[in-house]
Unconditional design. Structure first.
Length: 121
């Protein structure tokens, strides 16, 4: 009986998790959903073409810049909206983790590009 109850509640939880958490703006949620399907290296190439050399950061207790060892100046950071050190649903957590992985790949490639091409941050 307990197992059936847990399975039932998990099924309800998953359907509730498919929608946007109330505390996240529609545009931030859309960006998290976009990143979930995006290629960070292709997005970096698009940014480079427009001379956008900002590192991606994740909101936590402060701004976290995954994939690099230094902290760029705030003017050279592009925070991913909708990320946080707290999550409201399982889907929100999954999207935050995906955004962190995306930012890590993007930032490492950007750092390599900046060093290789001697572009100042």
């Amino acid at each position: 009986m307990l197992v059936a109850s847990l399975l039932c509640s998990c099924g309800q939880s998953n359907s509730q998790n498919s929608s946007k958490p109330d505390s996240i703006s529609a545009s931030a949620w859309a960006e998290l959903l976009r990143i979930d399907q995006a290629n960070p290296l292709a997005d970096l190439q698009s940014a480079i073409r427009t001379n956008d050399f900002r590192f991606l950061s994740i909101y936590g207790l402060g701004l976290i810049t995954p994939g690099i060892d230094h902290h760029p100046p705030l003017t050279n950071i592009n925070p991913i909206e909708g990320t946080s050190d707290a999550f409201e649903t399982e889907k929100h957590l999954r999207l935050i983790l995906k955004a962190t992985e995306y930012a890590e790949i993007y930032n490492r490639a950007l750092e390599t590009y900046l060093k290789t091409n001697r572009v100042k941050e």
